[in-house]
Design a protein around this ligand. Structure first.
Ligand SMILES: [Zn+2]
Length: 398
């Protein structure tokens, strides 16, 4: 469990920063071994369903993947997972407490209705584009098994003039047959296909957003456990980040991140980092002058989105850390939001990193493993220097 410390911070924002080992912050990891580890982690994480609000199986898998580290685990009623690695200073109360937040949940559907013919209707949860679904294989996650289904598609031979419904055919001939399969209102539904490595660097997967954040955080926590640093680091694998984004909505006026809100309220860290996806604009149909984030060109600073703006001192800090460690970064502006939107509200300095991702929220998202390796190296150098992100005093009083 966590100490509920009341922190009294100097409200002055830091400048300039003095980084540890300023001249050479490069982290010496075996990048090839890291690539292999990350691909294996993605394989494990993406094959598990975790529709927003139903992340329990993902949480259990992450605990299993980190069990041998000796880290401290806890959870809460929101379903968040907290994994704390203590620092190397024996007097841990003097160490900066850093929170690194990645979300476990994925966009998907819930069963909303079952008709007398045995067709199953879907309610989209998270920002799934309305045109997605028809013709796809889907998995319906009942309490006891996974049922396969086809999202009904109106073939060109059958002209339809009225409203087109999104519905699933599980092979049942009536409602009772569906209920006997264990499917009911509220059953989570995901696209079926999970993960595949396309070539040396590129991978395709259903919920790379944000299982790739989970993968790099797991890899980082393993390394911090083996080689503690002068910070107490808590990895927060958050729930319900995706809940609330309305399909087709203009702006994220309604948003999720309830899990991260509860986590921040409990931890009250001195410094936070969010690692989520950042949409790539290097695809056909985007004018060259509108292309900001490119796949394979390194981790991005997510400067602005619908709900959060990165504070200039944080941006300067991150750029200095990246420069010192020889890490190439990109910078960009995005629609939507991340867990940063709620962490900022607790007056916590927060860095938002975006891992480049093509086709976010699609059944087949594409990422570059080199970007993930770079993200991990950047995260490591940031946490090593998070304690420097302050001026003046830090008084912890109970
Ligand atoms: Zn995300």
């Amino acid at each position: 469990m966590y100490n509920h410390l009341l922190l009294v911070w100097d409200k002055q924002e830091p400048s300039p920063f003095v980084l540890k080992g300023d001249a050479n912050l490069a982290v010496n990891f075996d990048n090839e071994a890291l690539k292999t580890e990350i691909i294996e982690l993605l394989q494990e994480l993406i094959t598990i369903a975790g529709v927003t609000g139903f992340e329990d199986a993902v949480r259990e898998k992450i605990i299993a993947l980190l069990q041998s580290t000796g880290a401290r685990f806890s959870t809460d009623f929101m379903g968040n997972l907290y994994v704390t690695v203590i620092g190397k200073n024996k007097d841990s109360s003097k160490l900066p407490r850093v929170m690194i937040c990645v979300h476990m949940d994925e966009v998907g559907y819930l069963v909303s209705n079952i008709d007398n013919q045995g067709f199953v209707y879907l309610y989209p949860i998270g920002g799934i584009p309305e045109y997605l679904g028809p013709g796809e294989w889907v998995s319906l996650h009942t309490d006891s098994e996974i049922i396969q289904g086809s999202v009904g598609m109106y073939p060109p031979h059958l002209p339809v003039t009225g409203q087109k419904e999104i519905f699933v055919d599980v092979g049942a001939q009536n409602r009772d047959e569906v209920l006997q399969m264990g499917i009911s209102v509220g059953t989570p539904v995901t696209f079926t296909h999970g993960f595949k490595q396309l070539n040396q660097n590129r991978v395709v997967g259903r919920c790379l957003d944000d299982r790739m954040g989970c993968a790099v955080l797991i890899a980082l926590l393993r390394r911090l456990s083996a080689n503690p640093i002068e910070a107490e680091v808590t990895g927060v694998f958050s729930s319900t980040e995706e809940h609330g984004m309305q399909p087709g909505s203009e702006h994220s006026s309604v948003h999720g991140s309830r899990g991260a809100l509860v986590a921040t309220m409990k931890l009250r860290p001195n410094f936070a980092m969010v690692v989520d996806s950042m949409v790539c604009s290097d695809i056909p149909g985007i004018a060259p002058h509108m292309r900001q984030i490119r796949l394979g060109q390194g981790v991005a600073l997510r400067l602005v989105d619908d709900l959060a703006i990165m504070r200039p001192p944080i941006r300067a800090f991150l750029k200095k850390v990246a420069r010192s460690a020889g890490i190439t970064i990109q910078e960009g502006i995005s629609r939507s939001y991340t867990d940063t939107s709620v962490i900022q509200l607790f007056d916590v300095p927060v860095a938002t990193l975006g891992i480049p991702l093509r086709y976010a929220h699609a059944p087949a998202q594409i990422a570059d493993i080199g970007d993930l390796v770079q993200t991990l190296l950047f995260m490591q150098t940031i946490v090593q220097n998070a304690g420097q992100y302050q001026l003046g005093s830090c008084n912890n009083t109970i």
